[in-house]
Design a protein around this ligand. Structure first.
Ligand SMILES: [Zn+2]
Length: 178
C-alpha cells in the first residue's frame, strides 16, 4: 500500500475533516508541532472493553516541554504524572456500566529535548465494563485539573457508530449513541 493511500485512509478514519495538520502528515510525527491548549482523545469501545487514549501538550500539563532542569520542575512533572495516573480524577463513567480500570499508561517525551522543542504527554486508560450497554456518556473532568486546556478533539470508534467532535470545559461530555 502506498503512503498516499495509507494517509487518505487515516483521513477517512478521522472523519475526513481537516484535523490532519501538515506536521502530522510528515513521517516525522515524533517532533510534530502542536497547539497549546488543545488535546486529542481516541475512544474505542469493543465488546466489554473501553479504551481511552489522550494526547496533551506538556505545556498544559506541567507548564514546560523540556526535560526538567531543577528540583522544582522535577517535582512539577512528578505531580502531573501522578494526577494523570488517577483516572477517576479525569474521566467520569456512569456507575451502572460497571467499568473497572484495568491498565493505565502515562508517557512523556520530555527527556533530553532542546528547550525550543514541543513535547506531548500521552495517557491511555483501559477499562473492562460489565454492562457496556449502560454506558451512555463519558464525561471528561480533566479540564478541572489543567486550567490552560481549552478543548479536546475526540474520535470515537464503537461497534454501533463512529464519530468525532470537540469537548471543552463547558461541554465535556461525549455521548455514546446506540
Ligand atoms: Zn508545545
Amino acid at each position: 500500500m502506498s503512503k498516499a493511500i495509507q494517509w487518505s485512509l487515516a483521513g477517512l478514519w478521522l472523519g475526513g475533516s481537516c484535523m490532519l495538520s501538515a506536521a502530522e502528515l510528515s513521517p516525522h510525527t515524533e517532533h510534530e508541532a502542536h497547539e497549546h491548549g488543545h488535546a486529542t482523545l481516541n475512544i474505542a469501545v469493543e465488546g466489554t472493553s473501553l479504551l481511552l487514549e489522550l494526547k496533551v501538550p506538556a505545556a498544559d500539563i506541567v507548564g514546560f516541554e523540556h526535560a526538567p532542569h531543577t528540583a522544582a520542575q522535577k517535582q512539577q512533572l512528578d505531580a502531573a504524572l501522578t494526577t494523570l495516573h488517577q483516572a477517576d480524577n479525569l474521566v467520569d463513567l456512569e456507575k451502572s456500566a460497571g467499568c473497572q480500570l484495568q491498565q493505565v499508561k502515562v508517557q512523556h517525551h520530555l527527556d533530553g529535548k532542546a528547550s525550543t522543542a514541543h513535547g506531548d504527554i500521552e495517557a491511555s486508560y483501559a477499562y473492562s465494563c460489565q454492562s457496556p450497554e449502560d454506558l451512555n456518556a463519558i464525561t471528561l473532568t480533566l479540564f478541572k485539573h489543567f486550567a490552560s486546556l481549552q478543548d479536546i478533539d475526540y474520535q470515537i470508534m464503537a461497534q454501533s457508530h463512529q464519530g468525532a467532535g470537540e469537548l471543552s470545559p463547558e461541554n465535556p461530555q461525549v455521548e455514546l449513541q446506540k
